[in-house]
Design a protein around this ligand. Structure first.
Ligand SMILES: [Zn+2]
Length: 237
């Protein structure tokens, strides 16, 4: 006898296997990250086919075998029509889901991470035209904090003094920013202005109404991209 499990989940990675199967990695409400085998799901006649898909919230049912979890039932439970229909929203949502796949390795449920994913996708779906890059960066830094990797963006990570207005450096390895006096020379740091520290602090303020109206400068988005890439590679290596 196999035990049957039921939970809500969002696919973060989908890989074709054999002729008609798929290996689906989901982030779930009750089990954290799991891999399930969806047998025959690529056949037109498959009942699972319409129940689980990219960027959809699904209720899934699976059985735990000796080696694999096997998907036995799936039904879409979201109404993310805008996220799936508007290119800007789709691009930001795809980055968010890709980030969950890259950063969350734990096979443990985490209600904070689950809520962050759902609330972000729901807000993106229902909010009027917006700069959806803000949603990605907001999600990135809040996810880092939930995973225990909140960077130091108010005090220098070396001397612990309040960061000055002006030129700073971000040191991914140290998990934060440093004042010019403490900044080491050489490789491994990214120059940033006090404006970048202020943006990240705003992400941690919970002022979502302010953030919803924020339009991000291209230079800020590019600098955040560079910091996030470096930070993630160090935290997940
Ligand atoms: Zn310092």
């Amino acid at each position: 006898m196999f035990t049957c499990y039921n939970t809500l989940g969002i696919p973060v990675k989908i890989t074709d296997r054999r002729e008609a199967d798929r290996l689906i990695t989901l982030y779930t409400e009750d089990f954290g990250r799991i891999d399930v085998v969806a047998r025959g799901v690529r056949k037109i006649s498959s009942k699972l086919r319409s129940g689980v898909g990219w960027m959809r919230l699904s209720e899934i049912e699976f059985i735990q075998g000796k080696t694999y979890k096997t998907l036995t039932g799936a039904a879409v439970r979201d109404k993310y029509t805008s996220v799936n229909g508007d290119p800007q929203r789709t691009e930001a949502a795809a980055r968010i889901i890709g980030l969950v796949e890259a950063a969350v390795r734990d096979q443990q449920p985490d209600r904070g991470v689950w809520k962050l994913i759902l609330s972000t996708l729901e807000r993106m779906d229902s909010s009027p035209a917006n700069d959806f890059r803000v949603e990605y960066h907001l999600f990135f830094w809040n996810l880092m904090a939930l995973l225990g990797w909140k960077p130091s963006t108010s005090a220098c990570c070396y001397c612990k003094k309040k960061l000055p207005e002006g030129n700073l450096v971000f040191i991914a390895e140290e998990g934060g920013m440093a004042c010019p006096g403490c900044a080491p020379s050489g490789q491994g740091f990214i120059p940033v202005g006090a404006d970048i520290a202020a943006i990240i602090n705003l992400f941690y303020s919970g002022k979502n109404a302010v953030l919803a109206k924020l339009k991000m400068k291209n230079a800020h988005a590019a600098r955040l991209d560079a910091m996030e890439e470096e930070y993630l590679s160090i935290r997940t290596r």
